[in-house]
Design a protein around this ligand. Structure first.
Ligand code: ADP
Length: 769
């Protein structure tokens, strides 16, 4: 039988004709309703891909144009005449609602590029479709089937995706041309492209990076997690982006920390597989650094702001209404939400400070500025200090109507002030109870504090000392030396030590010993000077009396001693040839003792002269070596038990007081003999350079401790532990020697080790030729 609508010669017409329909739910074609026949006729003759689901079972028909969409080894041809539910199991969830919509509401549906995966080519494939489902009516005008006209757009969608991808690449490269852009290919991230900004950022040359794995070129990146990032983007396709990431990059031969904004974008091949990574980066180091600085300043500012923790208020003076900030509430012990009236705030004021506040307000109305400090009592009865500052705003008629201000909690500051005040009070009490004068000065040397004793002593007030200066109490003769010594100490930062006379309230000047020590901070900067002045007037007077006595006694002794010496010498020459040994010995002993006495008297006289500043020098040119030679010969005669090792080598001309210099040399030699009870050898050496001549007297005697070495040149000082019996003496010789040498512009000193001996030396400038 030949049915007209099936007489086409396409593959599908042929298949429908040859299929045995009698076994299907739809029955033989002869029984098919006319509407189906018409629909099939259109479908089979259409060159557009079409599909038809017919009847309640939705039996499948499709045309030749649709057939390629079913692929090879797919549903074709067995789904022809199959129920839709069975034929399209894999997409039934997607298409069933669409079919239902058409069947039940007789409406067409339209979709573009919709993903409807189907089984074909031996697998489920992602297939994109643009299609319409439209109702087909039966002879009774009821919806009997769904006609699908469709095109597979899979290829189009893929191309579109590629285009989008290309476009994205293009867009990025165009948009971000002034940024560092690089493209890496393959799993080893081989550099394919690197623009100049990228090369600049990486600190590399193009020839060094192109076609090489970037991590081989920049090994410093490996242990900064960059490899992991690249691998991750390459494997997962997840884009990576970072902002202000610190990266250490080798620039030249130095590792530099750069802050970079950058991203890694996966790149896809036409199959949609990742085959590379594009990096876009920007060096933001400078901005980050600048930002960090700003942040620091901001932080500082914040500290200032929060440290003050100001409460803010605005009082309307006409209505007495107040608006206050949360912080102000907190200071008064309220929550931020609690309502607070001006009266309530005033209620917290400490009763003793009520007047302070009142006065401050009336002043503020006049001056425009409000300021006061007061105590407040909180609800829990605790006491706090507040500081209030404000500005008054006036109406046109001049009446004040607003005060806007700030309020801060200054309890801690007050506590601190209290502690300081207590300490200050303690210090003052302490200083004022001292009999000594105590004073302080700023680092510049300006005196700024005096204890009570200064005022009591001088009879002056602080104002008087402050206006006319403290120097007014110093004796006029001492002022210049005082000012100079003080100035030197302030400049050099070394201790100040000075003896001067201060005028007492009754006009009497009394001697003071002043001392000041600089107080330094951890860095060694002077913070202040603390000074003391001690009354040494009585001690000084005693000393003067003693000096006077010594001077008198030595003068008075000089004449008798000289005449005894003369008479002894006469007696010795008279009895020189007598056999009376007793007489001769006695005269010898008297002569020796008179010598000791003469020496003492001479020394005492010298001492008085030094004190009085009347030690005169008579300068002449002479050979120091020759003088030494003479003296040594003499000393050898008197001390035959000692050997003095000396050889005169060259001439050493000096301009000096020959008599006084020999006195020094004799003192050295006598001491060397006296303080070497167990050794007989003494060495004298003389050296000179182009400026001076030096005489060294070395002994191998008892030696001198370090501490004593400092002091033996002082008046009356004798080393500790030496007994008057074994080593008689007064401790004057070296004092005089030091004075003589210093008057000559020379140096004197000692090097010694206890038990081993001493080397005393002095030097004198050589005479001009
Ligand atoms: P004196 O010897 O009369 O006591 P000096 O002024 O000459 O007075 O010496 C001061 C002190 O120095 C001595 O008392 C002694 O302690 C110490 N002294 C001086 N010369 C020596 C020396 N050569 N060896 C050890 N001590 C010495």
């Amino acid at each position: 039988m030949k049915i007209k609508f099936l007489n086409g010669d396409g593959e599908m017409s042929e298949l429908i004709r040859s299929k045995d329909w009698s076994k299907t739910a739809i029955g033989s074609p002869e029984t098919w309703p006319q509407s189906l026949q018409i629909s099939l006729n259109i479908l089979l003759n259409s060159k557009f891909p079409m599909f038809l689901w017919w009847g309640p079972q939705l039996i499948c028909f499709y045309n030749d144009a649709y057939r390629p969409s079913l692929g090879i080894n797919g549903k074709h041809p067995f789904i022809l005449g199959m129920k839709a539910e069975e034929a399209w199991v894999e997409v039934w969830d997607i298409i069933k609602p669409l079919i239902d919509q058409v069947m039940e509401q007789a409406e067409s549906v339209w979709h573009e590029d919709m993903l409807v995966p189907i089984y074909r080519n031996g697998a489920i494939e992602d297939v994109y479709w643009t299609f319409s489902y439209s109702p087909v009516f039966d002879d009774a005008e009821k919806v009997a089937g769904v006609l699908v006209t469709c095109t597979e757009t899979t290829e189009k969608v893929i191309i579109k995706k590629q285009l989008e991808e290309n476009e994205r690449k293009l867009r990025l490269s165009i948009l971000q041309a002034p940024l560092a852009i690089g493209i890496f290919r393959g799993p080893d991230h081989v550099t394919e492209i690197a623009n100049s900004k990228a090369l600049e950022l990486w600190g590399r040359k193009e020839k060094d990076v192109l076609n090489k794995p970037i991590l081989d070129v920049m090994p410093e990146l490996a242990d900064q997690g960059i490899k992991q990032l690249l691998d991750d983007v390459y494997e997962t396709g997840n884009r990576f982006a970072a902002v202000e990431l610190p990266v250490q990059i080798l620039h030249g031969d130095q590792i530099e920390t750069l802050y970079v904004n950058f991203s890694y974008e996966p790149l896809y091949d036409t199959q949609g597989k990742i085959d590379g990574i594009m990096t876009v980066g920007m060096d933001v180091t400078q901005q980050v650094m600048a930002h960090k600085k700003v942040e620091k300043n901001e932080e500082k500012l914040n500290i200032v702001i929060t440290a003050r923790e100001l409460g803010v208020f605005e009082i309307n003076l006409l209505t007495d209404e107040i608006e206050s900030s949360g912080r102000l509430h907190e200071i008064f012990g309220y929550t931020k939400e609690e309502k607070l009236s001006h009266a309530a705030l005033i209620g917290h004021l400490h009763p003793e400070d009520a007047q302070t506040r009142k006065t401050a307000f009336s002043e503020a109305y006049k001056s425009g500025v409000l300021y006061y400090e007061s105590r407040i009592i909180l609800r829990d009865k605790s006491l706090r200090w507040i500081e209030v500052k404000g500005k008054v705003f006036y109406q046109n008629n001049g009446e004040p109507h607003l005060i806007i201000g700030t309020l801060s909690d200054i309890t801690d500051v007050k506590k601190h002030q209290q502690i300081l005040a207590d300490n200050e009070r303690k210090f003052r009490l302490l200083a004022d109870s001292m009999p000594q004068h105590i004073w302080t000065a700023d680092p510049g040397g300006n005196l700024n504090y005096f204890n009570k004793s200064v005022f009591d002593y001088s009879g002056l007030t602080f104002e008087q000392i402050n206006t006319d200066g403290w120097m007014q109490i110093v004796h006029p003769d001492d002022r210049e030396g005082n000012a100079k010594t003080w100035h030197d100490s302030v400049v050099s930062g070394s201790d100040f030590l000075f003896e001067h006379r201060f005028r007492r309230f009754d006009g009497q000047y009394r001697w003071q010993l002043s001392r000041a020590v600089p107080q330094k901070d951890k860095e060694g900067n002077i913070q202040m000077w603390v000074g003391t002045s001690t009354d040494i007037h009585d001690i000084k007077e005693l000393e003067q009396q003693k000096d006077y006595f010594i001077s008198m006694a030595s003068h008075e002794l000089k004449t008798p001693v000289t005449s005894i010496k003369g008479y002894v010498q006469i007696l010795q020459s008279v009895y020189k040839d007598k056999e009376d040994d007793f007489l001769k010995n006695t005269l010898k002993i008297i002569d020796k003792q008179v010598l000791v006495l003469t020496k003492l008297v001479t020394e005492l006289l010298d001492l008085s002269r030094i004190k009085a500043g009347s030690l005169e020098l008579s300068i002449e040119k002479f050979d120091l070596a020759e003088l030494a030679d003479e003296i040594i010969d003499e000393i050898k005669l008197i001390n035959p038990g000692h050997t003095i090792d000396f050889s005169k080598e060259c001439v050493m001309e000096v301009s000096a007081d020959r008599q006084r210099i020999s006195q020094v040399m004799i003192n050295f030699l006598n001491n060397a003999i006296k303080y070497s009870p167990h050794s007989v050898c003494i060495r004298v050496r003389m050296v000179k350079d182009d400026r001076e001549a030096k005489v060294i007297v070395q002994d191998y005697g008892i030696g001198i401790s370090k501490a004593d070495q400092q002091k033996i040149f002082e008046r009356f000082y004798r080393a500790e532990g030496i007994s008057e019996k074994t080593f008689p003496g007064f401790g004057i010789g070296l004092f005089i020697a030091a004075e003589i040498i210093s008057r000559h512009g020379g140096n004197i000193g000692v090097e010694s080790e206890p038990g081993k001996g001493s080397s005393f030396y002095f030097s004198l400038p050589l005479a001009a030729p």
